[in-house]
Design a binder for this molecule. Structure first.
Ligand code: ATP
Length: 361
């Protein structure tokens, strides 16, 4: 059982820069918590604070209710895997994995047992005598994870562990980490700026920006109900489209929002695109009943993504990206209309950026 509580944590570096302002977060036992956010938002700082590699300027860090601020990193029962896995080049895989146990003067027979167990979990049994130089990138990353596993830590911290791997290996290793998590049944805290990793691995995702938490929730929740423009734009690829609320829609808006400027957000995968011409009266009627018109414009660019394509539509005032199964009937330059279902529209207060709960505009 390990829960971690961060209470009003602030981190100011010696040069005066405040990387974390006032952050509170509770991480439950056996959660796979993913920290995402743009470069420099404080993800690594937060991870290093939890590991004990940085000291908080103020606030409390607790593990299972016990204040840990002054507990040394090596006494925290936490293992950290970094993006550059820094294996010792002159040691074998076995020796690399055994290193921390040897430093703790663990019995030799127990070391062998622990290393062999970890090697089995990670499929490294046949590579134990090799040196890091004789391994592939994925195998090296696995050794780095093996080094963490042998210690049976209460918490695993991983800082972009896959960012040095090529695309194919990343997918394989992502599955491997997922499997490892299910097998080890312990708490994982994982930093990435790769959304797919965040959404597929995390049981909970925390979106950070400028040293603050902007939203925390299950991956699907962040996608379906982003709490603000920042999260709406950060989660989902390609990014959500934002546009000022159409006058026609605003006319029927709830009284509570009169006088407030509203931004409308629609994900590219939720937009229907139809030629502005070639419309029968019947389809128009159906569309009007179920769809909300978004804009008219012409196709500026098309990008093929295999079976799908991205269509960039623009007019003098705004532009919009549409993700759709390939539409060979639509060509660049063509005039089109964009629409979507009401349920797929997100509304945000332009001033605060916060999501507006009302969906009945
Ligand atoms: P990335 O995704 O690029 O790794 P990150 O979200 O992990 O970024 P951090 O490494 O936590 O970001 O850095 C947060 C902020 O703190 C950055 O603006 C960074 O420049 C600053 N920072 C980090 N370490 C120090 C330090 N030792 N002294 C001063 N400022 C620092």
């Amino acid at each position: 059982m390990t829960t971690i509580q961060l209470e009003h944590i602030k981190k100011q570096y010696p040069n005066g820069f405040t990387a974390i302002h006032d952050l509170s977060l509770e991480i439950q036992d056996q959660e796979f918590l993913v920290l995402v956010g743009p470069s420099g938002c404080g993800k690594t700082t937060l991870l290093r604070l939890i590991a004990g590699l940085e000291e908080a300027s103020s606030g409390l860090l607790k593990m299972d209710g016990r204040v840990m601020n002054n507990v040394e990193a090596r006494d925290r029962d936490i293992a950290m895997v970094f993006q550059n896995y820094a294996l010792y080049p002159h040691l074998t895989v076995f020796q690399n994995m055994a290193f921390s146990l040897r430093m703790r003067r663990v019995r030799k027979s127990l070391i062998r047992e622990q290393v062999e167990d970890a090697a089995e979990i990670l499929g490294l049994e046949n590579l134990l005598d090799r040196k890091p130089g004789e391994l592939s990138g994925g195998q090296r990353q696995r050794v780095a994870m093996g080094r963490a596993i042998v210690r049976h830590p209460k918490v695993f911290l991983m800082d972009e562990p896959l960012s040095n791997l090529d695309a194919k290996l990343r997918v394989e290793m992502r599955e491997e980490i997922s499997r490892l998590y299910r097998k080890l049944k312990t708490t994982f805290i994982y930093v990435t700026h790769d959304q797919i990793e965040a959404m597929t691995l995390g049981t909970r995702v925390v979106v950070m920006d400028h040293g603050d938490i902007r939203q925390s929730g299950a991956p699907q929740e962040l996608y379906e109900k982003p709490a603000n423009v920042f999260v709406a734009g950060f989660i989902g690829k390609p990014e959500m489209n934002f546009m000022p609320l159409e006058a026609s829609l605003a006319a029927s808006s709830a009284a509570a929002y009169t006088g407030r400027k509203i931004i409308l957000g629609v994900r590219p995968e939720h937009i229907h695109i139809t030629p502005a011409t070639s419309r029968t009266e019947q389809t128009e009627q159906v569309e009007q009943a179920e769809q909300v018109p978004l804009m008219r414009g012409h196709i500026k660019l098309k990008e093929m993504l295999g079976d799908d394509e991205l269509i960039y539509v623009g007019n003098d005032e705004q532009k919009c990206v549409v993700l759709t199964p390939s539409r060979e009937d639509l060509l660049p330059g063509e005039n089109v209309r964009l629409s979507t279902e009401r349920a797929n529209i997100h509304f945000f207060d332009e001033q605060t950026g916060e999501a507006l709960a009302c969906r009945s505009f």
